[in-house]
Design a binder for this molecule. Structure first.
Ligand code: GLN
Length: 244
């Protein structure tokens, strides 16, 4: 795929990278490289400036205290991030990062953490920490339509408006342990509670995101050369339907 380029900005990797969520960025980089697509990766840390023209944003998970720092700082970039969302940039947020893609996260006995509101969702602290393997089913992935990963969160996320679940929970708790939803999607913005890290065990979803980003940048549907995902799908199967 001669001369195709994409730009990814990794938001706050020094604060939100619990459970090695940076592995998601590595997978996107590698799967682009295997197809000759040049994925440029930049980091945005506290105090950095953010230019427009990003195709993919990634934000990982973290503890409440890191979320406090990021919640305050990300407000400086809120309007630009919303503009990019409206231009169909791809967003992938994991757990704590996912929570900050919504309207707010209300921890226990602490001030409310404002999000950027690209997902019409809110999160409140729960009394139970959900820790375990998750299997969920999507309705938008062609071949393999299950997603697997590991959850570790006490936040309970509730979706509103036109923000829809990313998947339905088969095993595990997902967004809140009540409505059997996992993650969220609005336009090309996705949030999920699945650590693992997530994309190495879900190569089909990684490719789905790459295709969305190419479509956004080149205004055209660009098919990706298939890869030998034997190992990745074996890892997927190991977790699939694994008892919680
Ligand atoms: N601090 C948030 C919670 O416990 C997010 C945790 C995470 O990112 N794993 O819900």
């Amino acid at each position: 795929m001669a001369n195709l380029k994409l730009k990814l900005v990794h938001l706050y990797p020094l604060f939100l990278n619990i459970y090695g969520d940076i592995g998601n960025v590595k997978v996107l980089k590698q799967r682009c490289e295997w197809r000759g697509i040049d994925l440029e990766i930049e980091q945005l840390n506290i105090g950095d400036t953010l230019a427009e023209g990003t195709d993919i944003f990634f934000i990982g998970g973290g503890q409440d205290r890191q979320q406090v720092e990021v919640s305050e700082e990300i407000q400086n970039h809120k309007s630009l991030l919303i503009d990019e969302y409206n231009k169909n940039a791809v967003f992938l947020g994991i757990c704590g990062g996912y929570q900050l893609m919504g309207e707010y996260y209300q921890p226990h006995d602490a001030k409310r953490l404002e999000g950027i509101g690209i997902l019409d969702a809110y999160t409140v602290a729960g009394s139970t920490r959900f820790i375990g393997n998750v299997t969920a089913q999507t309705d938008f992935l062609e071949e393999e339509n299950t997603l697997v990963g590991f959850e570790n969160h006490s936040g309970l996320t509730y979706l509103q408006g036109d923000t829809v679940p990313m998947a339905q929970v088969i095993v595990g708790n997902g967004n809140n342990g009540q409505d059997r939803t996992e993650g969220a999607r609005s336009k090309n913005a996705f949030g999920t509670y699945l650590h693992g890290s997530f994309l190495p065990k879900n190569p089909h979803f990684a490719d789905y995101l790459i295709k969305l980003a190419l479509q956004k940048r080149y205004n055209d549907i660009i098919e990706l050369e298939p890869l030998d995902d034997t190992l990745e799908l074996k890892a997927h199967e190991v977790v699939l339907n694994k008892a919680y």
